[in-house]
Design a binder for this molecule. Structure first.
Ligand SMILES: Cc1cc2nc3c(=O)[nH]c(=O)nc-3n(C[C@H](O)[C@H](O)[C@H](O)COP(=O)(O)O)c2cc1C
Length: 246
């Protein structure tokens, strides 16, 4: 049994091509308001959102995100920032010192930020917009921080392209439910056959989507993706930004 909301959630697909139609201020304001109604760990609200409309800035960000042309072409690009800078000020206003040295604080901020971001994407879709989240914003964090004037105790977590869809893409199949959901306890004996099934389903999908060019299914893609270091520069950047991650 579905509701309007569950139908919206279950029809998700990332959209990377947009029409020229601008996003109206009222629509954007309504969408952004939804970020703040995500739940937040201990109500710390440890995120900020930077709205980028400037063509020049989008062009620069597109380059910094790994030459992702949808970052440049979307009418609105949002940057979701994990933010303990404001919390430091709240502590100082009350005569205490922020002790945000542990991994836990970054996790709290990253989770808060992601919850806010997904609210925004869903809200945008409910207005007929489409979008895609952009982890490429963590490719060159120093340059992004400089461009966006980020203070210490902040770090970009993800970007988001938003615009009215100019493409209708097939939904990307997800893992079989039995590989994800467990009853009462974690069981993994059925993983091999569930993963084989998903390899076949996802391979067919990628063959269709790439017109025969990319036959690798999900397990093959993950085996390649996860066997190489990813954004190894991030721990150094986080330390520079005041997240020592003890
Ligand atoms: C945190 C996050 C970062 C992502 N970064 C990028 C990105 O940099 N570029 C991109 O094109 N898609 C990016 N995506 C989109 C994913 O590739 C996409 O969600 C995934 O392949 C599933 O496809 P779907 O969203 O169409 O269902 C990102 C998604 C998430 C959640």
């Amino acid at each position: 049994m579905q509701t309007e909301v569950t139908r919206l959630i279950q029809s998700h697909r990332s959209i990377r091509r947009y029409t020229d139609e601008p996003i109206g201020e009222e629509v954007l304001a309504d969408v952004l308001a939804c970020a703040q109604w995500a739940p937040s760990s201990h109500n710390v609200q440890a995120y900020s959102v930077i709205v980028v409309r400037s063509e020049e800035k989008k062009r620069e960000l597109a380059q910094l995100c790994g030459s992702q042309k949808w970052v440049e072409r979307c009418p609105v690009f949002l940057v979701f920032i994990a933010d303990f800078y404001r919390l430091k000020q709240a502590c100082e206003m009350n005569g205490t010192k922020l002790a945000a040295d542990e991994v836990e604080n970054l996790l709290v901020a990253a989770v808060d930020t992601a919850l806010a971001a997904e609210n925004v994407l869903l809200a945008a879709r409910s207005h007929g917009l489409g979008g895609v989240m952009i982890g490429g914003i963590r490719n060159k964090p120093q340059e992004v921080a400089r461009l966006l004037n980020l203070p210490p105790l902040t770090t970009p977590i993800m970007g988001m392209c938003l615009g009215y869809p100019d493409q209708d893409v097939e939904q990307k199949p997800r893992l079989p439910k039995r590989a994800v959901f467990h009853d009462e306890e974690y069981r993994s004996d059925h993983f091999p056959e569930a993963l084989e099934e998903y390899e076949a389903i996802s391979s067919e999908y990628y063959l269709r989507r790439t017109r025969g060019e990319r036959p690798e299914g999900w397990t093959k893609q993950m085996a390649d993706y996860l066997s190489k270091p990813r954004r190894a520069h991030l721990s150094g950047f986080l330390k520079e930004q005041g997240f020592p991650l003890k």
